[in-house]
Ligand binder design. Sequence first.
Ligand code: IFM
Length: 477
Amino acid sequence: MTETTTGSKDYRDSGLEFPADFLFGSATASYQIEGAATEDGRGPSIWDTFSHTPGKIVNGDTGDVADDHYHRWESDLDLMKELGLEAYRFSIAWPRIQPDGSGRVNEAGLAFYSRLVDGLLERGIRPVATLYHWDLPQALEDAGGWTNRETAYRFAEYAAVVGEALGDRVHTWTTLNEPWCSAYLGYGSGAHAPGRTEPLAALQAVHHLNLAHGLALQELRRVVTKADAEYSVTLNFHVIRGHDDSSPEAIRRIDALANRAFTGPMLRGEYPADLLEDTAAITDWSFVQPGDLDVIRQPIDVLGVNYYSTVTVKMWDGESPRQNADGHKDVGGSPWPGSTDVEFLVQEGPYTAMGWNIAPDGLEELLVSLSEQFPEQPLMITENGAAFDDVVEDGRVHDPERLDYLRRHFTAAHRAKQRGVDLRGYFVWSLLDNFEWGYGYTKRFGIVHVDYDTQVRTVKDSGRFYQELIRTRRLPE
Ligand code: IFM
């Protein structure tokens, strides 16, 4: 997670073989695909509120309809089966289960996910369920959201409800998706819901999300009945590169905020001392109560790794025009509490439609680094993929750039495995084009194209490439 050492930029291998137990999947998230925002008793989430607030989302887009997956789930499952997916990573919308964020359970919401899980199993696809992919019930945000310690306890309550309902069938449970985004984009930069721009709130959110993870794992392990169920969390690691003599300090700071603020408590049972020092002017971290770290540090069967690109940093000299290319929508606030003097440099291309640099060597480096830091911890790539500007032509979508992106990142994953990394599988983000948060529907990550007017799905060339990879277990020529 520091400067690259991996040499070769050529990651266009073909013919590489993946072992029989390597899991090939694809991923989505509830608010990004489901739609049906007010149906069957679903309550409002912070993303409903945020997306309906003028100026927050490109084109004023919302997740009200999205991919209409709530109604089309059966044909979407058929599509997954056609592609040969071995696992499907989806998220559960908390406001469908507990519309008020606590207490009353909405049986219709549970029934939807129960049907989905059964449908996956009938098709031989392993269900991998994420409990929280950012759609916090609005009622909980009204009570302080992730700045309020109570939210962590409410999350544990919700985890128990879902675990009891689906715990006989779900194969892998993931507590949180990318708590970095929930905390720092939601409460620091304001680019994500709930759109707050308070450094202290962002750090409180970090801790309460960590606590929620630990509490939820305890509850899941208490209620889940499937004996071989697995437990995990998904983090979006930052692969951080340097530029000049000031970079080691900048790398250390961003690594502390982005990576070690989560792996520290979750995997080592402690917050990094340098993180506490770097943020001392904002908080003394007294919101970390005695016993919290023991709760947070729970064993996990796999660590979920989301990777898209790298960042390059240095300390800002305070004079030259400031670059802020950290890959996230710049809406004024900072996602880096206590380290706003770190400058994020524009990196070498090529780029995806998000403006993110394409760097498969960063994935290899990240996987190797994680396995060195946590040698006993199996890893799973829970998201990797790319947005490009796709068009449907004669019923087909030719997306050579995404196909190339995937080939190069699968090559990187394969190389990491060859170097001894215990990497269990790979989920492509995303199965379907979907609501890309602050960018609305303007960014397409799917290996399946979605026409938002007609809801017609068209498998892209990259989807066919993936289908062939799964079928043969070899990277196609
Ligand atoms: O679409 C998101 C997803 O919800 C979380 N990880 C990154 C993806 C691309 O930005």
